[in-house]
Design a protein around this ligand. Structure first.
Ligand SMILES: Nc1ncnc2c1ncn2[C@@H]1O[C@H](COP(=O)(O)OP(=O)(O)OP(=O)(O)O)[C@@H](O)[C@H]1O
Ligand SMILES: Nc1nc2c(ncn2[C@@H]2O[C@H](COP(=O)(O)O)[C@@H](O)[C@H]2O)c(=O)[nH]1
Length: 206
């Protein structure tokens, strides 16, 4: 069996720029792929089923929970989101590196399962800039933005549980920081291999 690939988890308050950073990272790094989550949220304008998310209704999502199909799931901003086993298990087993773009609750669940996962938290430079980014993105209405701004206070307080914190002020600087974290983890990879296979064996994932 290959040694399981690296698992990177990127979390941030909504609007801090994690999707933009991960997208730019994927364009630079062909060894990395992103996990597609399931959500009960309705698709935004250009979003497509199976590209940004697998969009499902609540009964389907809850049936997946019952069947134990998620590595992690959480309620975020009033909707359900989860990472299915199917989304990442095979790829990790093939030794591929995978990045999850999920909230802090999911990130902490993943760390419990995969101790070697690298948790990265993206911070906005200020509350004001966070609100401006949500407004400029133009995808969410006023009420949704207010909920996300309130939740951001709770989310940012969790940054201390993460392995790395990156401030996304200048986009190119933050992208450089993210690339550096990914590369440094790959350098550590060899010493962790045995431990990693043991984690997979303990979870009956082999
Ligand atoms: N460094 C930056 N400076 C200015 N604008 C930025 C920066 N990074 C991202 N943005 C912009 O901020 C907006 C929010 O970014 P993005 O959608 O990537 O956030 P997110 O954290 O993934 O949010 P969500 O969790 O809601 O998906 C986008 O319009 C993006 O272009
Ligand atoms: N715990 C999980 N959180 C997830 C997952 N996929 C996305 N998310 C987080 O939800 C919010 C809102 O996302 P949006 O696309 O509606 O703006 C954001 O923090 C995402 O990171 C998941 O599978 N599990």
């Amino acid at each position: 069996m290959e040694t399981p690939g690296n698992l990177f988890v990127v979390a941030a308050p909504s609007g801090a720029g994690k999707s933009s950073l991960v997208k730019a990272l994927l364009e630079l790094d062909s060894h990395l792929s992103v996990s597609i989550s399931h959500t009960t949220r309705k698709p935004r304008g250009q979003e497509q089923n199976g590209r940004e998310y697998w969009f499902v209704d609540e009964s389907e999502f809850r049936a997946m929970i019952e069947r134990g199909e998620f590595f992690e799931w959480a309620q975020v901003h009033g909707n359900l989101y989860g990472t299915s086993r199917k989304a990442i298990h095979e790829r990790l087993l093939r030794g591929e590196d995978v990045v999850l773009e999920i909230d802090y609750q999911g990130a902490l669940q993943i760390k419990q399962l995969f101790a070697y996962a690298v948790l990265i938290f993206i911070l906005p430079p200020s509350w004001d800039e966070l609100r401006q980014r949500l407004l400029r993105r133009g995808e969410d209405g006023h009420d949704v933005i207010e909920v996300r701004m309130q939740n951001a206070r709770v989310e940012v307080a969790q940054a201390r549980h993460f392995d790395f914190v990156i401030i996304n002020h200048l986009f190119e600087t933050a992208l450089f920081d993210l690339k550096t974290v990914v590369h440094s983890q790959r350098l550590k990879y060899v010493s962790q291999c045995r431990n990693r296979s043991q984690v997979f064996a303990a979870l009956d994932l082999l």
